[in-house]
Design a protein around this ligand. Structure first.
Ligand code: RUQ
Ligand code: CUA
Length: 672
């Protein structure tokens, strides 16, 4: 992909020639822009004050110009990934992952979509899964920076993980992780994409049948920290080199990878160390009360390099197809340590230098900051304040905690800029706290200190800064992911959109630049990557490509090689698609035949995508230029069906159609 013209907001503001600054009144807009537009007149006509007019200019990206960043947002229940441009906040793409998508022909009969969806849907488990709750996207990294190659995302609902390739923005693999029923926030990529990590949320019974009574929660349920090895060439899960670490049956929640000074570690928050299981109808404590009784839960500190050694040495047990490092081995090999964290924490975020682990209190107004140097020393000295009921050593809190910063009500997640500031979402306060991050982030004088609080609208969950999970954030943009929008948009029925608010990090105080309604699913987390890092993106497949592996397809044809071959009840049709016809455009078959369509889009023109739909048969394919798609279908219904191109590809798009005769029993098809 070409880098393309990019409009930075600095350049956009430069267009104002110093006439307007954020906060200026509309009266100060009274000047002519270079192209002759009366900016002040437009602003007053539209009732915009100076700050609003400046925000509009800061976020405007002219048609034909490109955004500076891409945001990859989880789509929640939609099972998708949304791709927005920043600063425009224009929606650029939806990547279907766990849920079928008709436009992209994903899950409606084609080999690629079906293989991906079925591969991630354990046939032993009731119905094939056709939805997921995408939560935490994790971009691949090289040396702690996003490298624009792949993206991973977990399924909160079903404990699965998926990989999409950023060459074609398509999902290539879904894996249903053994021993994980659900997974919330435990998804991250290590700094050189060695592993993608995913952990359990609710613990899973580890009995043979998968059943255990809740009275045996402590004995029979376990959590798991999963380390899926990534193939350095393809980004796919290398399951033979992947392993899990057995954990106590706490609720393992958010997680993050160590980087630089903390490279080699992974951190997972937990709650419900009480191991409450509810029982509010039978005299027990409601789950909510039972799981918030303890003053402290446990930050899990995992040394994944040590775990890798133990796995390679074969010191594991087999559990449902995974190699698992047992908990006692994780303890004796010093793979797993705990540190106390104030009760029911939520986010854990490692700062760009890798020195500080910032934990959001959720039920505590503080962010707690741990120092990796202190953690390493405490581990080396076995500076323990005790062990948990499973024998996991607990590091002495005072030895590893460097600061507790009072931020406000309901601190959840923290992101970072390039100046040593942290930004923490305050769910209860509907605000973002900006605070300085101590000496190792360059704040030797001010230390750990609240700087300002920015109100947002409303109920912020996650937030995301530009390149915010890397070793070098950009410090210009931030997005607040608000769970509620209330009065920010006109009513659209009883379910309101969620709201992404774009924030300018360069102003003091911080400013909200725009609101973007998200009318599909509930986005959870996002990552923002510099657009010019997506250097691997292609716009056209090489002729005859199988998009599953980017290699030539054995079913590819060139124009002129079209043919129909019958082998008993199997009818193979090698078809080409190009503007504005299919060849062949007639297929004659009989009820009971299996039709194998091998369709090649023989075009090499950008955007010359064709569709392929067959009525009544639930078939819908999308054929991008150069792509080969295979469709196998049992013809179980007689009829004469009009197949058609479902993508408006050309002036004669409506003529791009054909026929499939499916003759009933006893009737000989006209040909074939
Ligand atoms: S976790 S809103 Cu659902 Cu990512 Cu904190
Ligand atoms: Cu091809 Cu429409």
């Amino acid at each position: 992909m070409s880098a393309g013209p990019q409009v930075s907001r600095r350049a956009a503001l430069g267009m104002l020639a110093g006439g307007v600054v954020a906060g200026a009144g509309a009266s100060r807009l009274g000047f002519q822009s270079s192209s002759g537009g009366d900016l002040g007149g437009i602003a007053s006509e539209r009732g915009l004050d100076g700050q609003q007019a400046a925000a509009a200019l800061e976020t405007y990206v002219p048609g034909g110009s490109y955004d500076e960043y891409f945001v990859f947002a989880s789509g929640g229940h939609s099972g998708q990934i949304f791709v927005f441009g920043v600063p425009s906040m224009r929606l650029l793409k939806v990547i279907p992952v766990f849920t079928p998508d008709a436009w992209q022909g994903y899950g409606y009969g084609t080999d690629q979509g079906n293989a991906v969806l079925e591969g991630g849907s354990d046939p032993a488990k009731s119905n094939p899964l056709r939805w997921g709750d995408t939560h935490h996207p994790a971009l691949s990294e090289t040396e702690g920076s996003y490298d624009g190659r792949w993206i991973y995302i977990n399924d909160r609902a079903n404990g699965r993980i998926a990989m999409a390739d950023l060459r074609d923005f398509k999902c290539k693999q879904i894996f249903d992780i053994p021993n994980l029923q659900t997974s919330h926030g435990g998804c991250f990529v290590t700094p050189n994409s060695e592993y993608v990590h995913i952990s359990t949320m609710t613990p899973t019974p580890v009995t043979e049948s998968g059943y255990a009574p809740l009275s045996r929660y402590k004995e029979d349920f376990r959590g798991f920290s999963t380390w899926l090895k990534l193939d350095p060439e393809t980004g796919r899960f290398d399951l033979g080199n992947s392993f899990q670490i057995e954990l106590p049956p706490y609720t393992q929640d958010l997680a993050d990878a160590g980087k630089l000074t903390s490279f080699g570690f992974g951190f997972i928050n937990s709650y419900n160390t009480e191991m409450a299981v509810g029982g509010d109808m039978t005299g027990g404590q409601p789950l909510e009360a039972g799981s918030t009784a303890n003053d402290y839960d446990f930050l899990h500190i995992i040394d994944w390099q040590k775990a890798e050694e133990v796995f390679k040495a074969g010191n594991t047990k087999d559990l449902n197809g995974m190699k698992v490092i047992p908990m006692d081995v994780a303890v004796s090999e010093k793979i797993l340590h705990f540190a106390p964290e104030p009760r029911n924490p939520h986010g854990i975020d490692v700062n760009p230098t890798g020195d500080y682990m910032c934990v959001g209190g959720k039920l505590d107004p503080h962010a707690s900051v741990y120092d990796i140097e202190l953690i390493k020393t405490a581990i080396a000295n076995e500076d323990y304040q005790g062990t948990d009921p499973f024998g996991v050593p607990i590091l002495t809190l005072e030895s590893v905690l460097v600061a507790q910063v009072e931020l406000g009500a309901g601190p959840l997640h923290t992101q970072f800029d390039d100046k040593g500031y942290a930004y923490t979402s305050l769910f209860v306060d509907s605000a973002i706290a900006k605070w300085s991050l101590g000496p190792k982030a360059g704040h030797t004088d001010d230390g750990f200190k609240l700087v300002e609080t920015l109100p947002v609208q409303y109920n912020i969950g996650h937030l995301c800064t530009a390149e915010g999970d890397t070793v070098s954030p950009d410090g210009n943009y931030m997005i607040a992911l608000n769970k509620w929008s209330i009065d920010r948009f006109p009513p659209v029925g009883t379910l309101h959109p969620q709201n992404f608010q774009l924030v300018d990090l360069t102003t003091t105080p911080l400013t909200v630049l725009s609101d973007t309604p998200i009318g599909m699913g509930e986005p959870h987390y996002t990552q923002m990557i510099k657009a010019d890092k997506l250097v691997h993106t292609i716009e056209v497949y090489p002729p005859g490509t199988d998009p599953m592996n980017f290699a030539p397809s054995e079913f590819a044809i060139k124009a002129g090689e079209e043919r129909i071959e019958r082998q008993g009840k199997d009818l193979h049709v090698y078809m080409s698609a190009m503007r504005s016809h299919y060849t062949p455009d007639q297929i004659q078959a009989k009820v009971g035949d299996t039709l194998h369509l091998h369709i090649t889009n023989v075009e090499q023109t950008i955007d010359a995508t064709h569709g392929f739909a067959i009525p009544q048969y639930n078939i819908e394919a999308s054929l991008d230029p150069g792509e080969v798609v295979n469709i196998d279908m049992l013809l179980d219904r007689a009829g004469t069906f009009a197949m058609y191109c479902s993508e408006f590809c050309s002036a004669l798009h409506l003529e791009m159609q054909g026929w499939i005769e499916v003759a009933p029993q006893g009737v000989t098809p006209s040909v074939g």
